[in-house]
Design a protein. Structure first.
Length: 460
């Protein structure tokens, strides 16, 4: 039996390793495309381009309701809009038999869009492919600012005092509590211009063979005590034509904030001047490109006949990563077939004081950066990283990658059945052994002859 116990212990550990070694969850997202067909530039870039609606789709409640939640880097709260909220998408909690309030206290969080919220829970389905459900805690927004989504998943850092106060309302903390993820890593991986995946819980090289661990580099996010957002320092920003050495410096250094909820990049005044000097001014003078000047920012757009490929690339160099990020005209313009303009995806603040030099050195890096590069963030260690090179051949759809867990499961089941068969064979074989042993003893001691001998001895 000792062998059988060890066998079952080995099998249990193997099963546990097989199904828990990844420790991550994949949430597909879709981008809500802006409708520009009835919008004229009106001297500024449309807000529909600036505000980026990236939404993941979850099922919640009994019977399950589909709810779309926005991804936001400026928030760390996990909230779902209730039937009494101002949101366009809502969760009708009174229709769910499993919804419950955890706390009756009304919560207001200034840094989010929640005027009133209640700490609640219900079953949430995180995977479209199966019906696994988890009793999950979240904030139910009963009075909210009007929004197009049904709530949001905050992807920001937690300040220590905020963790103590609101830590239980965080999406990552909740996924770890209910056992879906092992770690706080997350990455936003675009499949195309309008869709992709939010992957939470592990580093890409642990689940995707396109990524090599040796090519991964990581740094600490640069944030102040009262600053919750993801931010790093770039040591140099410059313009250049590809593979040329005569680069034009824009910034000696700049702090850059990451914002997936922005469809644009917000640049510094210095870059705006360089852009005018190297490309836009000539086109503006020809009435081919236009400068929009609103109350808050400058923006640019060009007629489609303009050859935007002649615009210089912009580069961001980080010394700690020892890596240079490159954005070309293909990354920096938005166009749609129904509109006659190409919209430049870098806007510039219009309310900076000339004397405030520090403000010139802040950039906001939105969707163009996320589409070009896959950043990996860790909320717990407050680090972020990138892969310096990625194998562009997608091996995830090979037979082995697609079906390996089914194959491993079948192998484990075969091992289990073989083990049980061996144990059954041993069990059934034991009575036969005892019978054979008894027969052997009968051969050694002849009961009949001994009995006759005993009888004759008594008569004599």
């Amino acid at each position: 039996m000792k062998i059988s116990k060890n066998f079952f212990l080995f099998l249990l550990l193997l099963l546990k390793f097989t199904f828990n070694q990844n420790g991550f969850i994949t949430l597909p997202f879709k981008k809500e495309l802006p409708n520009l067909s009835n919008i004229s530039p009106n001297d500024i870039i449309p807000k529909e381009i600036i505000n980026n609606n990236i939404m993941v789709e979850l099922r919640i409640g009994t019977d399950p309701q589909i709810i779309k939640l926005k991804l936001e880097f400026e928030n760390f709260i996990f909230y779902i809009a209730s039937e009494s909220s101002s949101n366009e998408i809502k969760f009708f909690q009174t229709q769910s038999k499993t919804y419950r309030k955890i706390d009756e206290k009304i919560i207001t969080i200034d840094k989010s869009k929640l005027n009133k919220a209640i700490f609640s829970s219900d079953y949430i389905y995180f995977n479209k492919e199966n019906d696994n459900k988890y009793d999950t805690m979240f904030l139910l927004g009963i009075d909210t600012q009007k929004d197009t989504g049904g709530g949001f998943i905050g992807l920001n850092l937690d300040e220590e005092k905020e963790v103590k106060k609101y830590g239980k309302y965080n999406f990552f903390n909740e996924l770890k509590r209910i056992g879906i993820i092992d770690d706080y890593y997350f990455t936003i991986n675009y499949n195309d211009n309008n869709s992709g995946n939010l992957i939470i819980g592990n580093l890409p090289h642990n689940y995707d063979n396109r990524y090599d661990q040796n090519n991964y580099r990581e740094i600490y996010a640069d944030f102040a005590e009262d600053d919750l957002t993801w931010k790093i320092k770039f040591n140099e920003i410059y313009l250049n034509e590809k593979e040329k050495s005569n680069k034009t410096k824009v910034e000696q250094f700049a702090y850059c904030y990451f914002r997936i909820e922005k469809g644009i990049i917000e640049g510094s005044e210095k870059y705006r001047q360089q852009l005018l000097n190297t490309f836009m001014k000539e086109q503006i003078d020809k009435n081919l490109c236009f400068e929009g000047n609103s109350e808050y920012y400058y923006s640019y757009y060009c007629k489609k006949e303009v050859d935007i490929s002649k615009m210089k690339n912009i580069y961001f160099y980080n010394k700690q990563l020892d890596f240079t990020f490159e954005l070309t005209y293909q990354d920096l313009f938005y166009y749609n077939d129904k509109d006659e303009y190409n919209y430049f995806l870098i806007i510039f603040s219009n309310d900076l004081e000339d004397s405030d030099e520090n403000q010139y050195r802040y950039w906001i890096l939105g969707e163009p950066f996320f589409k070009k590069y896959q950043f990996i963030f860790n909320k717990d260690s407050k680090t972020m990283g990138i892969y310096t090179s990625i194998n562009n051949k997608d091996n995830r759809n090979t037979w082995w990658s697609k079906y390996k867990w089914y194959f491993i499961l079948i192998v484990l089941l075969v091992i289990l059945l073989c083990g049980l068969s061996v144990l059954l064979f041993l069990f059934l074989r034991k009575p036969k052994k005892r019978k054979i042993k008894a027969n052997e003893l009968d051969d050694e001691f002849d009961y009949t002859s001994d009995k006759n001998k005993l009888t004759s001895d008594i008569i004599d």
